[in-house]
Design a protein around this ligand. Structure first.
Ligand code: CUA
Length: 336
């Protein structure tokens, strides 16, 4: 599968299952907020300046090729120019000026984008990069989720999102092209990232720093939804896990396996923090951080052996029988 196809698949997985507004193509050329727009402005300026230099260089090469072509039967050396102060000065000073302009523009951009304090009214979320999924911790709001970041949108007012970025293992990079710049996610270091969404919709992003063999399957989905939808999502996420007596057997089985060492289901003995919180697993559209859609069959195949779907991921097959997988998944499917 080539890169374009897999990207299209990822978008299809997210878009096919989501009802929140329009699906945005993950393109940095279609910014949906101030930070992303600033990145695009700088990009165009750099591309413009470098493109102009390219055109001048190519034109000089073309001119030289045409002018100094060998003439059959004429083996005289072409005329040479030696020592010209104005020319040497020009090709020293002009590049220096260009580099200075590029440096100043980039430095100013970085200065504007890198905020050490959240903008007024921003929603603040801590993001933890794991191999290979993203954890979103809403702090005082008491919600921890995976892969899908929900933020509220008030009509006519851009939503500021202020992220605190941490890594649980290796270096990752958090990048949602339409909402802002990339930011490295580094072990033992706390970075911050300011994003902005000026319209509702589902925005797709991706880990942008090679972090191991499933680096490409580290999808980010940002759902920017009207505030009342967000409040509804939030109050559901804040609830402890549903306890449905009809799936008691699957629940018992789940709580007896080592699943609980890595996963949390709030309100049960499962309190692992190594892997995604499953308290509201079914509210999410994808599993394995975007590797497949969260459907009845995919969930069963995933629990049967995650290594078939996402080779190298940290979750092993629990060596359950097909019947046991069904029981566990029947239970998981009640975690709405
Ligand atoms: Cu995480 Cu690449």
């Amino acid at each position: 599968m080539n890169g374009w196809n897999s990207l299209r698949d990822i978008i299809a997985v997210v878009s096919g299952a989501n009802s929140h507004g329009s699906i945005q193509r993950p393109s940095m050329f279609d910014p949906a907020g101030e930070p992303a727009a600033l990145v695009l402005d700088i990009t165009w300026l750099l591309v413009g300046i470098c493109g102009a230099i390219g055109v001048v260089v190519l034109a000089i090469i073309a001119f030289s090729l045409a002018r100094c072509r060998a003439i059959p039967g004429d083996d005289r050396e072409p005329a040479q120019v030696y020592g010209s102060n104005p020319i040497e000065l020009a090709w020293t000073v002009i590049p220096l000026l260009i580099v200075f302009v590029l440096f100043m523009v980039s430095a100013r951009g970085i200065f504007e984008l890198e905020r050490t304090t959240p903008p007024e009214g921003a929603i603040e979320v801590t993001v933890v990069g794991h191999r290979w999924w993203w954890e979103f911790d809403y702090g005082d709001l008491g919600v921890i989720t995976a892969g899908e970041l929900h933020v509220p949108y008030d009509e006519g007012k851009p939503t500021d999102i202020y992220l605190t970025l941490e890594s649980a293992d290796v270096a990752h990079s958090f990048w949602v092209p339409q909402l802002g710049p990339k930011m490295d996610v580094i072990p033992d270091r706390i970075n911050h990232l300011w994003l902005q969404a000026n319209r509702p919709g589902t925005f797709v992003g991706q880990c942008a720093e090679y972090c191991g063999n499933q680096h490409a399957n580290m999808l980010i989905t940002v759902v920017v939804e009207p505030r009342k939808d967000f409040e509804k999502w939030l109050s559901n996420q804040q609830r402890p896990a549903v306890e449905d007596p009809s799936v008691a057997e699957g629940r018992r089985l789940f709580l007896r396996t080592s699943c609980i060492n890595c996963h949390t289901v709030r309100g049960t003995v499962a309190n692992g923090t190594f892997a995604p919180d499953l308290t509201h697993l079914m509210s999410r559209n994808v599993i394995g951080s975007g590797v497949v859609r969260n459907t009845h069959d995919n969930l069963r195949e995933w629990v049967w052996d995650p290594q078939n779907i996402k080779p190298g991921c940290e979750m092993p097959s629990m060596k359950l029988t097909r019947e046991e997988v069904d029981l566990v998944c029947d239970y998981l499917e009640t975690l709405k």
